[in-house]
Design a protein around this ligand. Structure first.
Ligand SMILES: [Zn+2]
Length: 339
């Protein structure tokens, strides 16, 4: 089969890889219908994370091709969505809703879903079948659910977004934008998107942002305070993962408020004394997307939300290298790869 392999920074190739086969009775193999490039794939692409001949990709939707003998919840031919973390969905951690930290967790990134087929461990716990075969125009939205929508949704839930609340969103990548969509669905009264890019501001407004703040760092925090009677937001979504973005999120939040952080943390060090006196709640981490999948799939199926709008470039799998370039150069927010 064809699949994406990253050999080193800015060296992405599409080449022949071995087609996966069932190795455990709880596995499934799926034929990928669509996959995509994640903002987190840019960390190794830019050389921040080390990489050497790694298969790439952890987002996927597709059709079940083959199942192991113990798989009961999905069958051959089902169209399925799964999280970027495979989980059994039965252990205590999963049952508490934290499937991305399952005691048997298997990160899907190691298999590289930017390919024609993917192995899915813990198929019963990981995969959720859609109500039927989706119309082609729903596939981008379902694909978004496998990571960026689920992650933005978790960020909003972790930030305790709810009716009447003012939400600030730090980060205008796909996750931040879909955090806006989630905040709107969860009833936020006011949603302040922090973005300096005109195209992303437009998408932010489409997803439900009521205000845009272009300033960053201390100036951005000052603008959030101005917009909230000097108090700060009730709920802040952090969707970047840098020291600057994390501090911007904490400082934009009022005492007693909540920060939901989902940007993959890179060298973030929180100053204890400032954290102590901030009085904010911090909750985040790798999103337990599996917790939200049934609800998100239904919202998409009913066409109540369209997270697929976050994809602004679609390329065939063979052109993955151009997709990485486009995201790296910010010519694209999120690239969908057709298979
Ligand atoms: Zn588990």
């Amino acid at each position: 089969m064809r699949g994406v392999v990253m050999y080193g920074p800015r060296d992405v190739r599409v080449e022949q890889r071995e087609k996966p086969t069932i190795t455990k009775s709880t596995d499934a193999v799926i034929k990928i219908a669509a996959t995509c490039i994640c903002g987190s794939d840019l960390w190794p692409y830019r050389g921040t994370d080390s990489v050497h001949e790694s298969p790439m990709g952890h987002e996927y939707v597709g059709v079940v091709e083959e199942i192991g003998s113990d798989v009961k919840n999905v069958k051959g031919g089902d169209f399925v969505v799964g999280s970027f973390m495979a989980s059994d969905n039965t252990c205590e951690i999963c049952q508490a809703g934290y499937q991305s930290r399952c005691v048997h967790v298997v990160p899907m990134g190691q298999f590289g879903t930017q390919a024609e087929y993917a192995l899915v461990p813990h198929a019963d716990g990981t995969l959720v079948a859609t109500p039927g075969q989706p119309d082609a125009d729903l596939i981008p939205a379902l694909l978004a659910a496998s990571d960026v929508l689920g992650t933005g949704w978790f960020a909003a839930v972790a930030a305790e977004v709810g009716p009447g609340k003012t939400v600030a969103v730090v980060g205008d990548g796909a996750v931040g934008l879909l955090g806006i969509l989630a905040a709107k669905q969860l009833g936020a009264q006011r949603i302040i998107a922090m973005s300096r890019h005109a195209d992303r501001q437009e998408l932010a407004r489409k997803f439900g942002a009521t205000d845009i703040v272009e300033e960053r760092g201390d100036d951005g925090v000052a603008r959030i305070k101005e917009l909230t009677n000097g108090l700060g937001a009730h709920s802040t979504i952090e969707a970047v993962g840098t020291q600057e973005s994390m501090m911007q999120a904490i400082r934009s939040t009022r005492a007693g408020g909540h920060v939901g952080y989902v940007g993959v943390s890179h060298d973030v060090a929180l100053p204890g004394e400032e954290l102590f006196f901030s009085g904010v709640h911090l909750h985040g981490g790798p999103a337990p997307v599996r917790r939200f999948l049934p609800e998100l799939i239904q919202l998409i199926w009913d066409r109540a939300i369209d997270p697929g709008a976050v994809f602004d470039l679609t390329l065939p799998l063979e052109d993955a290298a151009e997709g990485y370039r486009a995201m790296d150069e910010r010519r694209a927010t999120k690239v969908l790869l057709t298979v």
